[in-house]
Write a protein that binds this ligand. Structure first.
Ligand code: HEM
Length: 384
C-alpha cells in the first residue's frame, strides 16, 4: 500500500484553561439497575430471532444488525506526536502507526435496498496494540472502535433498547417494498422537521435518515468508554478536502440497490482519504452522563480533540467474493481492546453478550473460526 500519511497536524489548541478538568475514571461511575439482566436476555432473544430469519432468507450467516456493508477498507492509524498528558492515554499514550481495518455499514439486520435509508456505522479495528487487555480479549492485540453517524444513542439504556429491538426483530423479513415506502415517507417528514429546527432521532432510526454519502459523515461512539485515567466518547471526522466535499451530498440511488458501495468504490478509485480520530472528555457527570446513552455531551463544554489520524490509500475495488470472505472472518466488538478503553454504561454492558451471540451464530453458520488478526493479519489486505 502506498504511504499516504499527511504531515502530522500542527499541535492543535487542546486545552482551554477555563474548561472544567476531566472527571477521573473510577468503577463507581457505573451503576447497574436491578432489571438490566432481564433486558439483556430480551436483547439476546431479539438478536437470535433476527439472525435466524436472515439466515433462512439469505442462506448465509449475517451480522444480527449492521448486516449490509458498503466498504471494507485497509489503512493506517497514526497516533499523534506530542499529545498533552490529558490525551496521551491508553492506545494514545505513545505516538505510533498501526495497521487498521474498517467496515462501513447500515444498521438493520437484513440486506435492504440502499433506498431504505437508516443510520450508518463504521467499525475500526486497530492491529498490533500492546497493553493490559479487557477480560475476554486477552489473547488478541486489537483495539476496536464502533461508531454511528449520530453523537448520542437513540435509547438511554439496555431496558429501553430491548423494547426497540423487539420491534426491529418483528419487521426483519423481505417486506422491502413497504420499508422503501416508509423510508421515503419518513425522509419527507424529517426534512420538514429539520426545516423547523427539530431533529427526530426516532424517525431517522426507522428509515428517515437522509441518503447522504457515507464518506462525508462524521461518526461517533455515542456511548462512553474509559479513556485511561478519564472517561470519553470517540468520533471519526473526515478531514481530507475530498472527504469534506462529500458532507451532506446525496448519492443517486436510482436503480442502484447497492449504490452506496458503488459510490465508495468510485471514491477510492480516484482518492486517498484522511480522517481524524477525536475524543470528547467527560468534564461533568451530570451533563455528560455515563449511564444515559441518549444524552449528547455538550461540545461547547468539551469539544472533540484529535488524538490520531486514519488514512486509507486510493485503491481498486475488491471483488464481492473477496469482500464477503474477509467480512465473514472479521469480528468487530467494543469489548475487544485494552482495559484502558473499557466500554462503560448500560448500553455498553448489554453489548458484551450481544456481539458474542451474533458473532458465534454467524461463525457457525459460515463455517468460520474467528481469530483476531495480528499485525500480520493486515497482510491479508488484497490491494497491498
Ligand atoms: C445495546 C446496544 C447494542 C447492541 C445490542 C448491539 C448489537 C450489535 C450486534 C449484535 C452487532 C453484530 C455483531 C457481529 O455479528 O459481528 C453489532 C454491530 C455493530 N454495532 Fe452494535 N449494538 C449496540 C449498540 C451499538 C452502538 C452504541 C454503536 C455505535 C455507536 C454500535 C455500532 C455497531 C456497528 C458499527 C456495528 C457493525 C460492526 C461490523 O461492521 O462488523 N452498536 N451491534
Amino acid at each position: 500500500m502506498n504511504e499516504v500519511l499527511p504531515e502530522a497536524s500542527a499541535a492543535p489548541v487542546y486545552l482551554n484553561v477555563d474548561a472544567q478538568p476531566p472527571v477521573a475514571y473510577s468503577p463507581s461511575v457505573e451503576r447497574v439497575e436491578p432489571d438490566e439482566a432481564d433486558a439483556i436476555a430480551d436483547i439476546e432473544q431479539s438478536l437470535q430471532k433476527i439472525a435466524d430469519i436472515t439466515y433462512r432468507d439469505e442462506g448465509r450467516g449475517l451480522r444480527a444488525v449492521h448486516a449490509k456493508s458498503h466498504a471494507l477498507l485497509y489503512g493506517k492509524l497514526h497516533v499523534l506526536d506530542n499529545l498533552p498528558p490529558l490525551l496521551a492515554q491508553g492506545l494514545f499514550a505513545q505516538p505510533g502507526t498501526y495497521p487498521a481495518v474498517l467496515r462501513i455499514s447500515t444498521s438493520p439486520g437484513d440486506l435492504l435496498d440502499d433506498k431504505v435509508s437508516t443510520p450508518r456505522g463504521i467499525a475500526l479495528k486497530v492491529l498490533g496494540v500492546q497493553g493490559e487487555r479487557l477480560a475476554g480479549s486477552e489473547q488478541a492485540t486489537t483495539q476496536d472502535f464502533l461508531m454511528v453517524n449520530a453523537p448520542a444513542f437513540n435509547k438511554p439504556n439496555a431496558q429501553k433498547f430491548a423494547g426497540a429491538l423487539k420491534l426491529l426483530a418483528s419487521t426483519t423479513d423481505k417486506a422491502e417494498g413497504a420499508k422503501k415506502l416508509l423510508s421515503a415517507l419518513l425522509r419527507g417528514t424529517e426534512k420538514l422537521l429539520e426545516a423547523m429546527g427539530t431533529e427526530s432521532a426516532t424517525l431517522k432510526g426507522l428509515g428517515g435518515h437522509p441518503l447522504h454519502h457515507p464518506l462525508g459523515e462524521t461518526y461517533f461512539s455515542a456511548v462512553p468508554f474509559r479513556f485511561g485515567d478519564y472517561i470519553a466518547k470517540f468520533s471519526l471526522a473526515p478531514v481530507s478536502p475530498e472527504l469534506e466535499a462529500l458532507e451532506g451530498v446525496a448519492v443517486d440511488l436510482k436503480d442502484q440497490p447497492d449504490g452506496l458501495r458503488l459510490a465508495v468504490e468510485d471514491f477510492f478509485n480516484r482518492n486517498a482519504a484522511f480522517w481524524e480520530l477525536r475524543v470528547q472528555l467527560c468534564r461533568d457527570l451530570d451533563t455528560m452522563p455515563v449511564e444515559d446513552a441518549s444524552v449528547e455531551w455538550p461540545q461547547e463544554h468539551s469539544p472533540y480533540l484529535p488524538v490520531a489520524q486514519l488514512t486509507v490509500a486510493a485503491h481498486a475495488p475488491m471483488t464481492s467474493e473477496a469482500r464477503h470472505r474477509e467480512e465473514d472472518a472479521l469480528f468487530f466488538n467494543p469489548w475487544h481492546g485494552l482495559a484502558a478503553h473499557q466500554p462503560l454504561g448500560s448500553v455498553n454492558r448489554a453489548r458484551r453478550s450481544a456481539y458474542e451471540l451474533s458473532g458465534r451464530a454467524r461463525a457457525e453458520r459460515n463455517g468460520v473460526a474467528f481469530e483476531e488478526p495480528g499485525v500480520a493479519g493486515a497482510g491479508r489486505c488484497p490491494f497491498r
